[in-house]
Each structure stands twice: as C-alpha cells, then as structure tokens.
Design a protein around this ligand. Structure first.
Ligand SMILES: [Zn+2]
Length: 276
C-alpha cells in the first residue's frame, strides 16, 4: 500500500502549506481517497496523482473539512468515461451525496455526464461494518467527535499490511486501541495546547474567548500526546500526526507524541508519501 497526504490541515486552517483532510491510498493500481476536504484536488495533481480512475471515497465523517471536496471531484470526473465512483461513509452520507449531485448537475453539458453522475454509488458503512473495498479489507468503528455526527475510524488491510486512520476524534482508547492493534501505520489527528495559545495570541483573543476556543477543541479533538498513547497501547509500528492547526510546530508535536510512544513518529504534510 502507498499513501499520499493530499490535505493535512484542520477545518478553517487552509493555508498555502495545508489543504483540508484527504489521504490518497493506492495498491496495485486500485486507488481510494480517505476523506475529501477542500483543496485536495490541487494537492493530488501536485503529487502527480491522477484524479480520474479513483475507485471510491471513504469518509470518516461529514464535517466540511473532510467532505466538501466531493463536489469538486464530481465536476472534475463528469466528463470522463471511467468506471463509476462509489462513496462510502457514515450515517447520512446518502443525503449528503444527493445534495452534492445537485450542485454538480448544473455543470452537465452532455447526456453521458448525467449518466456518470447518476452512476455514483453510495454505501453506508456504519459502526462495526467490515467489508471488502477493492482489494482492501476495511473495518469501521465509531469514535467520539461531534454529538450530531456519526464519526468513524477505519482499518485497511491488504496482504498482511495494515493502516488505521482515526478520522476526527477525542481521546478514545476503547475504540482505537483494538482497531490499531499491531498496525503498521496509525494516522491520528492531533493538536497541542501551545498551538491553541499561539492562535489566540495572533487573533488578539480575550482570556475568556481563548478558554472557550480551547474548551471546544478539547471536547472534540485529541492531543498529540494522546495520539502517542493510542499508538503505544496498540503496539503500532509508526504514527503519523495530521489534521493540524496552522500554528502547530513540528518539534512540539514530535516531542509530545514521542514522549509516550516508542515507535517512529512523523508529522504529516501535504504531499508526504509513505509505503505501508
Ligand atoms: Zn470533524
């Protein structure tokens, strides 16, 4: 398996350096996108990855920074004659894709385009789901992130190799440690307290506003050290930290996770490619 990060920034943190969440997964010519956040398409092209011919998109959850790039992808693929795309996702992915189809439809110029768009498949992969997607065996478990959304972490296996992607989650060892057991690579979202403080400082926030922002992030996301604890408890071989705030510093992320995890830790950046 080969993965390429096509977006590593947290929601609202799009910058020249980081598009929103998207990971390209490839093996033997079969290609999937794990999440499809805004800005992913440019990063795919920059990485030399052809957006045509994707087998599917696998959503962790439907927050805009993981999901909204789908309209861009539909519009790009309308004119192609390739196989139909399938979108796999949690509860309500069917309604989301129906809406995305509507946005894409205004670009239809030929009957074949409508045919392609109508052929986009949707498969709901609810908590506990296990299935084959192309050559990959994919297991899904629910993780706690946003109360109104079903959020899923996934394990992809192929030929004895395994990759786990946390999606967005608070610290959830009960869900993620069993899922990531012995994984060759764990991709886990992460933030540091220092990044929140720098962000508040730059924005000139009051102490109250700073506390509210910190509380909101703590209630929905994981600290780098917590990601390290998951990797350590699961016995993962490598850990990649992603979904990063604009104000993160690589050395702080590495130090926080590395203090509790014995394996290799990497900080994701757009364009980073790894063999699993
Ligand atoms: Zn989210």
């Amino acid at each position: 398996m080969r993965i390429t990060f096509c977006g590593t920034g947290a929601g609202g943190a799009i910058s020249r350096e980081r598009a929103n969440s998207s990971i390209h997964l490839e093996d033997g010519g079969v290609r999937l996108l794990l999440d499809c956040g805004p800005g992913f398409l440019e990063r795919m092209v920059e990485a030399g990855l052809d957006p045509d011919g994707l087998l599917g998109v696998v959503y962790s959850h439907l927050h805009f920074d993981h999901a909204m790039g789908i309209v861009e992808l539909f519009c790009r693929l309308l004119a192609r004659r390739g196989p139909p795309l399938t979108v796999y996702g949690p509860r309500d992915t069917d309604a989301y894709i129906e809406a995305a189809r509507g946005f894409a439809e205004v670009n239809l110029a030929r009957p074949q385009m409508l045919e392609w768009l109508a052929g986009v498949g949707v498969q709901l992969t609810r908590p506990g789901d296990e299935r084959e997607i192309g050559p990959f065996t994919v297991r899904s478990v629910e993780v706690p992130h946003a109360p109104q959304l079903e959020c899923l972490a996934r394990r992809f296996e192929l030929g004895g190799r395994s990759l786990v992607y946390s999606g967005d989650t608070t610290y959830a060892p009960e869900a993620l440690v069993p899922l990531a057991e012995g994984a060759d690579l764990l991709i886990h979202e992460a933030y540091t307290q220092g990044a929140i403080e720098r962000m508040a400082e730059q924005a000139g926030m009051s102490a109250k506003a700073r506390e509210a922002m910190g509380g909101a992030i703590a209630a929905t996301h994981s600290q780098a050290e917590e990601a390290g604890r998951i990797a350590q408890a699961a016995g993962a071989r490598r850990l990649v930290l992603t979904h990063l705030l604009r104000t993160e510093r690589e050395e702080k992320l590495l130090a926080a996770a590395g203090a509790v995890f014995d394996g290799e830790v990497l900080v994701a950046r757009d364009g980073l490619a790894l063999e699993v």
